[in-house]
Design a protein around this ligand. Structure first.
Ligand code: GUE
Ligand code: MG
Length: 306
């Protein structure tokens, strides 16, 4: 019997993100030294969702560690839409703030689309505003959503030139799937966007040289959906019960991706783990976007960060 192929290389997003944050920090330090501008990021969180609280704390700590200003606005679950829009208007007008992020999801009584629409597109460091979606679609400079941007950096590091490769993106959200497809197209990939209604999803995935999983369903993508040697970017962050039944009974959880990692690892050429893959890149790219927004506000050409 032939030997099993070597397991996939693990793409280390955690250490790539650390290096990117160091480059952002030194570029931000030069911006402050040469132009007197310290990049500032405002993060707004409404309500008490524990997972959101952890993400927001991590963002704040990493922003400060990169030598930038971090303001966190913690609002009560009962905050009205008008109160939130009032805060956004003040942040839009604040010349010391270059990035505004409103943590999603918002409580059900608030219209998320109206809130995103209210953020100044040039401070929209999430890249979620329709103006930034439009800029990305037509190839104009703007602010690019952080998770897709981080995924592209990992892909280019792993593969070099992406030209001509067939990329399959599973998931069509406005925050990951659609912008990811736009960025892959800009890298000259042949792009397929697949989703929950796609017929024979497994067969579509098996055509992928690059497979991006952004569906939000734990371990949905199986080993036999993967072309041997393919590069897998797993965007999923799903909390599932601990695999130890005693711990699960206590409510303990673990984080898994959208890809069945063990199966995929035996077939793929390279794969991002969860945690430690795309997630840390999301925050690093948020800091990079804040730096770029601050440069543009000051009329300074941003340094290349890649
Ligand atoms: N306006 C807005 N923008 C966002 O970018 C946004 C948001 N709302 N709402 C929530 C999601 C989630 N998100 C993550 C960022 C980093 C990690 C991350 O660093 N994860 C680590 C740790 C994972 C863990 O152990 O929990 C990892 O994957 O290794 C995860 C999730 C940003 N989000
Ligand atoms: Mg993001």
């Amino acid at each position: 019997m032939a030997d099993a192929p070597a397991p996939a290389r693990r793409i280390d997003g955690k250490s790539f993100a650390e290096r990117l944050r160091e480059r952002v920090a030194s570029a931000a330090a030069r911006l402050e030294a040469d132009h007197g501008v310290k990049p500032g990021l405002a993060v707004v969180i409404v309500g008490e969702d524990p997972a959101s609280q952890i993400y927001v704390r991590n963002k704040g700590e990493q922003t400060v560690a990169a030598g930038m200003r971090s303001d966190t606005h913690r609002l009560a679950e009962t905050t009205t839409q008008d109160e939130l829009l009032g805060l956004i208007a003040r942040l839009n007008a604040d010349r010391g703030i270059h990035g505004v992020l409103v943590q999603m999801p918002l409580p059900a009584h608030i219209d998320s689309a109206a809130v995103l629409d209210a953020i100044d597109p040039d401070k929209d460091v999430d890249g979620f505003h329709v103006v930034n979606a439009g800029r990305l679609a037509v190839g104009l400079p703007g602010l690019v959503p952080c998770t897709p941007q981080g995924s592209i950096l990992l892909l280019k590091d792993a593969l070099g030139d992406l030209s001509g490769l067939h990329a399959v993106v599973v998931g069509r959200s406005n925050i990951v799937g659609k912008p990811m497809a736009q960025l892959l197209l800009a890298e000259n990939c042949t792009v397929t966007i697949a989703h929950s209604r796609t017929r024979d999803l497994a067969a579509v995935c098996r055509q992928a040289d690059i497979l991006v999983a952004a569906v939000g369903r734990p371990e949905m993508i199986r080993g036999d959906w993967i072309k041997p040697g393919a590069t897998i970017i797993d965007v999923g962050i799903n909390r599932v019960p601990s695999s130890d039944p005693a711990k699960a009974a206590e409510g303990r959880t673990r984080v898994v991706g959208d890809v069945a990692f063990k199966e995929a690892e035996a077939v793929a050429g390279a794969i991002t783990p969860v945690p430690g893959g795309v997630g840390p890149m999301t925050i690093a790219c948020l800091l990079a976007n804040t730096y770029v927004a601050a440069c543009r506000a000051a009329g300074v050409e941003p340094e290349r960060l890649d």
